[in-house]
Design a protein around this ligand. Structure first.
Ligand SMILES: Cc1ncc(C[n+]2csc(CCOP(=O)(O)OP(=O)(O)O)c2C)c(N)n1
Length: 675
């Protein structure tokens, strides 16, 4: 085989690995990899500085496959480059316990930078990575040594560009002039339902130009010189992200399925596979065939891949000598070690006659610790003042100042959540973002992915109940706590007062391997008197006995957030009536569930069957703590527009109403226990 054909041979190898894997799995998406194989080949072999022997090298170029359904494209090129994805892994595509999952999953196969599949998410992740790079670059790059200096490449599809999240993310990326971002748009004119013209007709070039992107085009993806020209031009543009609109053919090479939705999401079929092999000059009866020349070709790249990192390593040695403190910090940040000086800076709230909204307490915490925690960076979706996410005296992250730590995400909640995922994936930072709890609905797909990827992201959700008052039912979260709690592994924390809010942040910062969502009040709540009540430090256990009568408790009042103080009022009334009671502050189900059975029993003894939950939201899920006899003080309908004091009264969050519920529950328990 003459050397000049090696690229073509390699590209066809990528195509047929994808075709064979999908055929063997009897499921998957062959069309996209068949169309985009030249992009992957050219990027991974010619442009990207990466090292398959060390997929975590911090200055590697990133590649994001936003069109995650084309996962076999990624697995094929990663395998050929020498990442630890074996041919057997490829043969096990989509099988139980295989690292080659249906869609690329971060943490499963090496070289997969993010989990993609839900369209548009990868696009936002790439923007987040570019933001993280610029921020960390502003801290660590020096004149003459740019220690973080790489590109973020990716491929997005029609579906990615139709989804709203990409509009939001692209708009912010252009605004922030993220010049390191280079995305190919797989313009194949086909989606699942057929031609894109059924539903998609805007001018993508004009759209992205309007976002302040450089837009380039390639009219034949198989002409590698066009890819070269576009990538080189993209890399030269340092002031704008680049979109390369690339004409491709879905199912390229398949005589009967090219350019048709039939090649999108189903195996080509044995007969068509053979026809395609014949058409592209491939041995018809070989499966998972990698020509020796191709293996050798990629084998020869190994030393170049190593050299990329070695060059950086020697540059880093120089950096270390010149800037030892920075070098140490850089490595620490990327290893997730951010010291514990910040913990000493945490405030505490000792004025127990004060009333403080937990959102305000949260703002105070953020402002107290940020100096000692330079990895903490984030902002809000246009509610910075309301969410108390602003760091006073800190500059704004902008195209003129990438060292700013206040990020203005604009009113783009979905992209904001996808972007913080990208920042977290990039490493070296702890990203946080904020909005009203009600709008967590706009972020849910990205929060879910953050959890699936075990990312460290922090959500500051304020205005966490009908307690926000006059804005009314459109803004009053009712089911949102339940929605967030339903996402596996997301830790939801609804602190009762200012001191629990301090503890909630402590948990958020130290918690590893899953996102933390803080639910905070708009309205003021009492600072609970910790000289009388248990310490707020107990928050880390998820639920704890805040106060209890001397008499053995006949009833347990479980409450979260702003309703804890109400629970305490009820407790006092019960005391006056001689009824033994316990108040359990219950800020986090997930933290509580992680405790030992003994601890759980000590907080919620099985013998105490009379239980009341008090939370201004749906009761869904409280049943497991209420048991057979308990009653929930909850909200099972939408809120309303009125001052919050009126709303709490009208919705039954009053001492009288709860006392009546206690009586009902107690008599139920007593009448049953007689038998
Ligand atoms: C948010 C979301 N909605 C729907 C889907 C299901 N889905 C997978 S691929 C796809 C569209 C495919 O069209 P395109 O993005 O152009 O990819 P191509 O067919 O070119 O590979 C859809 C709707 C998804 N993965 N994510």
């Amino acid at each position: 085989m003459p050397e000049k054909d090696l690229p073509k041979l390699s590209i066809n190898t990528i195509r047929f690995l994808a075709i064979d894997a999908v055929q063997k799995a009897n499921s998957g998406h062959p069309g996209m990899p068949m169309g985009c194989a030249p992009i992957a080949y050219q990027l991974y072999t010619k442009y990207m500085k990466h090292n398959p022997a060390n997929p975590d090298w911090i200055n590697r170029d990133r590649f994001i496959l936003s069109a995650g359904h084309g996962s076999m494209l990624l697995y094929s090129i990663l395998h050929l480059c020498g990442y630890k994805i074996s041919l057997d892994d490829i043969k096990n595509f989509r099988q139980w316990k295989s690292i080659t999952a249906g869609h690329p999953e971060f943490g499963l196969a090496p070289g997969v930078e993010t989990t993609t599949g839900p369209l548009g998410q990868g696009f936002a992740n790439a923007v987040g990575m570019a933001i993280a790079q610029e921020y960390l670059g502003s801290l660590f790059n020096k004149d003459g040594i740019r220690i973080l200096d790489h590109f973020i490449y990716g491929i997005c599809s029609d579906g990615d560009l139709m989804e709203g999240i990409s509009h939001e993310a692209a708009s912010l990326a252009g605004h922030l002039k993220l010049g390191k971002l280079i995305l190919f748009y797989d313009d194949n004119g086909i989606t699942i339902d057929g031609k894109t013209s059924l539903a998609f007709s805007e001018n993508i070039q004009k759209r992205f130009e309007a976002y302040n992107w450089q837009v380039l085009d390639i009219d034949d993806v198989n002409d590698l010189s066009q890819i070269d020209k576009a990538v080189e031009q993209a890399r030269r543009e340092t002031n704008k992200p680049t979109l390369i609109i690339t004409k491709t053919h879905i199912g390229f090479g398949s005589p009967n399925k090219q350019d048709s939705a039939a090649s999108h999401g189903a195996p080509l079929g044995e007969a068509e596979v053979k026809l395609t092999k014949k058409n592209l000059g491939w041995p018809e009866d070989k499966q998972f065939y990698i020509p020796e020349e191709v293996s050798d070709h990629f084998g020869e790249m190994k030393s170049a891949f190593n050299d990329y990192e070695n060059e950086w390593n020697s540059q880093f040695e120089t950096y270390k000598k010149k800037y030892p403190a920075d070098a140490e910090k850089l490595l620490k940040y990327f290893s997730g070690d951010f010291g514990n000086e910040w913990a000493e800076a945490l405030p505490s709230f000792a004025n127990y006659s004060e009333q403080i909204a937990t959102r305000s307490a949260s703002g105070k915490v953020l402002n107290s610790i940020f100096q000692k925690l330079p990895t903490l960076i984030g902002g809000s979706a246009d509610l910075a003042e309301s969410n108390n996410t602003l760091i006073n005296g800190q500059s704004v992250f902008s195209s003129e100042n990438y060292s700013g730590r206040n990020i203005y995400f604009g009113i783009r909640e979905h992209a904001m959540a996808g972007i913080v995922n990208g920042m977290s994936l990039y490493g070296g930072v702890i990203p946080y973002c904020g909005t009203f709890l009600i709008f967590s609905d706009y972020m849910r797909p990205s929060i879910r992915l953050a959890s699936l990827m075990k990312l460290k992201t922090i959500y500051v959700f304020t205005h966490d109940s009908i307690g926000l008052g006059e804005d009314g039912p459109t803004h009053q979260p009712i089911e949102q706590l339940a929605v967030l709690r339903a996402i596996p592994e997301v830790v939801v924390i609804r602190p009762a007062d200012a001191n629990e809010t301090v503890e909630a942040w402590k948990t958020a910062i130290t918690h590893k391997e899953s996102p933390v969502a803080l639910a905070l009040t708009r309205q003021k709540v009492p600072v609970l008197d910790r000289s009388k009540f248990a310490s707020a430090e107990n928050l880390s256990k998820g639920a704890y006995t805040l106060v209890q009568s001397e008499k053995n408790p006949q009833v347990i009042l479980m409450a979260s957030g702003s309703e804890v103080a109400l629970g305490v009022d009820v407790f006092h009334s019960l005391q006056a009536e001689g009824i033994g009671a316990r108040v359990v502050s219950f800020p986090s189900w997930e933290l509580f569930e992680a405790q030992s059975d003994e601890f759980k029993e000590s907080v919620l003894p099985k013998s105490v069957k009379a239980r009341i939950s008090i939370e201004a939201g749906v009761k869904q899920g409280w049943e497991k703590y209420l048991g057979d006899y308990g009653e929930a003080i909850s909200i099972e309908k939408f809120g309303a527009s009125a001052p919050y004091e009126v709303l709490f009264k009208e919705y039954g969050f009053t001492t009288e109403n709860i006392l009546a519920a206690v009586q009902r529950v107690l008599s139920k328990v007593h009448s049953t226990s007689k038998f």
